[in-house]
Ligand binder design. Structure first.
Ligand code: HEC
Ligand code: HEC
Ligand code: HEC
Length: 436
């Protein structure tokens, strides 16, 4: 009796939960019955101005980086987004009727951005950062749609994902979404000015900065849209530093102009954006207007909390001195392989090679990006403000794990730099993870 009662109780609980999950995911109330056309929701034909605006917003959203395969037609999709659970391929956003958005209307498109659902109602995988695109306004979505519809149609099917079963299935996505996704809209804060709010809209929504700059949980969900506390990007193994911790990026004492310059050119002072951030600058932020970049800078600065950098005295007091054999091995490699560009005293060459002396990035606690740069080289973004950036060669074939650990330890203990030793294990973790 009791068993039967419990069983039926559990059954109704399951049914109730399923109903909640179904309601949560499919009852979005968007009317998608409109006709397929390039008309915007207001019914007017797209003007040149709308198209230009749409293109600009697509750049601000860095949609092109994900929706373009290497060597493929722009926006025709097919780029693999690697996740710890498998690869998801981006879809074709050109107006091809069979494989692209040729049969979509503006409401379908808005629903995809706002609710993460495809034209046929299918739930999309969160490799598409729709927890951010949900904040995009309807007017902006319409302008983007109009621009996409003006592109030449390209026939290219979206390859199926390789997600481990059952993760890519609709029920699994429905449960995931009930846990981690909520359709929303950008809520402007009345205690902040218009510039701050514009910056917040760009950073939290279109720019989806927290998709990389926040930690991901075991089920692949990133933090809240305004969580910029930094995170390790899975699979590609780069650390997107915390933008809220001043010790990591120094945004608190950087001027608004410096932050603007960094996002516009990929370089500010001795700092160069590299790895995945170079791509963000290359495809997205370099194209933004000074007004929007300034708004982003204002918002970013307001999100940086600690004004004090950790005292180097405190850090060096708690540090073990570098062992003699490692020190001389590191110095020797530096002399042979690095000093030609970065200078005998780590002073660099202005405008070409960054100084390593007194460089914050060299002394960061998390050494992932340092190891990445030495193993795979540095490719700063090519931008209008820095069209032919100097690069750094990869050392993966020249130096082994011990060499790289020693030379990085050398950089971190010379010319006034004070940071703990780098171990061969830290180098190996990254070398091994790239399947080389
Ligand atoms: C981090 C990579 C990434 C970024 C950035 C990104 N997308 Fe996507 N997008 C994807 C992936 C992957 C899919 C396919 C998801 C699926 O099929 O489940 C997708 C799907 C879509 C879809 C649904 C298409 C369909 O056929 O159902 C639309 C619409 C879309 N993206 C628009 C955009 C727009 C607009 C932007 C820029 C604001 C953007 N995406 C930025 C990765 C991305
Ligand atoms: C695809 C992942 C990704 C996205 C999206 C992303 N970042 Fe980054 N970001 C990184 C990584 C990785 C680094 C570290 C790069 C390095 O050490 O050069 C970084 C570094 C930075 C830095 C430190 C300076 C630098 O370039 O190294 C700033 C500032 C920054 N990002 C701002 C932003 C803003 C603003 C956005 C949103 C418009 C954004 N990022 C979006 C991955 C990303
Ligand atoms: C041919 C010139 C050249 C050589 C040789 C070279 N580098 Fe670099 N290095 C660069 C350039 C250019 C950059 C900036 C590009 C970037 O960070 O993507 C850079 C960036 C770096 C950074 C990252 C600084 C930052 O801003 O985050 C480190 C660390 C570094 N180099 C260490 C080394 C070490 C260690 C060696 C020797 C094993 C070396 N480099 C050899 C040109 C060089």
């Amino acid at each position: 009796m009791i068993v039967r009662k419990t069983a039926s109780g559990l059954l109704s609980l399951c049914l109730l939960l399923s109903a909640v999950v179904v309601w949560d995911n499919w009852a979005d109330g968007v009317d998608v019955s409109g006709t397929t056309s390039a008309l915007t929701s207001s019914g007017t034909a797209s003007s040149a101005q709308t198209l230009a605006q749409g293109q600009y917003l697509i750049q601000a959203g860095n949609c092109i980086a994900c929706h373009t395969a290497r060597g493929g037609a722009p926006m025709a999709g097919g780029r693999g987004i690697e996740t710890p659970f498998g690869t998801v391929y981006s879809s074709n956003l050109t107006p091809d009727t069979e494989t692209g958005i040729g049969l979509w209307n503006a409401a379908h498109f808005w629903r995809a951005l706002h609710h993460g659902r495809s034209r046929d109602g299918r739930l999309l995988t969160p490799a598409f950062p729709y927890n951010h695109t949900t904040l995009i306004s309807r007017a902006d979505a319409d302008a983007m749609f109009a621009w996409l519809r003006s592109l030449p149609p390209v026939q290219r099917s979206q390859p199926p994902s390789t997600l481990t079963w059952p993760l890519g299935t609709q029920p699994a996505l429905a449960v995931w979404r009930s846990l981690y996704f909520k359709a929303g809209s950008f809520q402007a804060r009345s205690d902040r000015n218009a510039e701050w709010n514009r910056g917040a809209y760009l950073v939290q929504g279109l720019g989806h900065c927290a998709a990389c700059h926040s930690p991901r949980n075991a089920l692949g969900a990133s933090g809240a849209v305004d969580d910029l506390s930094g995170g390790l990007m899975p699979v590609v193994n780069w650390t997107a530093p915390s933008l809220s911790d001043n010790a990591q990026t120094g945004l608190a004492q950087a001027s608004l102009e410096d932050i603007q310059t960094l996002l516009k050119t990929g370089r500010a002072g001795q700092h160069h954006s590299s790895g995945p951030m170079a791509e963000v600058v290359q495809y997205s932020t370099q194209h933004l207007s000074e007004t929007d970049l300034r708004a982003m800078a204002v918002y970013l600065k307001s999100q940086t909390t600690a004004l004090t950098l950790p005292s180097t005295a405190a850090q060096s007091a708690s540090m073990r001195p570098v062992r003699q054999d490692i020190a001389s091995r590191g110095a020797h490699i530096y002399e042979k392989q690095c000093a030609g560009c970065h200078g005998e005293q780590g002073q660099g060459q202005p405008g070409a090679y960054p100084a390593l002396a007194g460089h914050r990035a060299v002394q960061q606690t998390d050494t992932t990006n340092l190891v990445q740069t030495v193993l795979y080289g540095g490719y700063p973004p090519a931008t209008a403000g820095n069209p032919r950036p100097f690069g750094m060669p990869p050392f993966i074939l020249t130096l082994d794990d011990k060499d790289i650990a020693a030379v990085l330890t050398h950089l971190r203990s010379q010319w006034g730099n004070r940071a703990p030793e780098v171990t061969p294990l830290e180098v190996n973790r990254i070398r091994a993870s790239q399947g080389s």
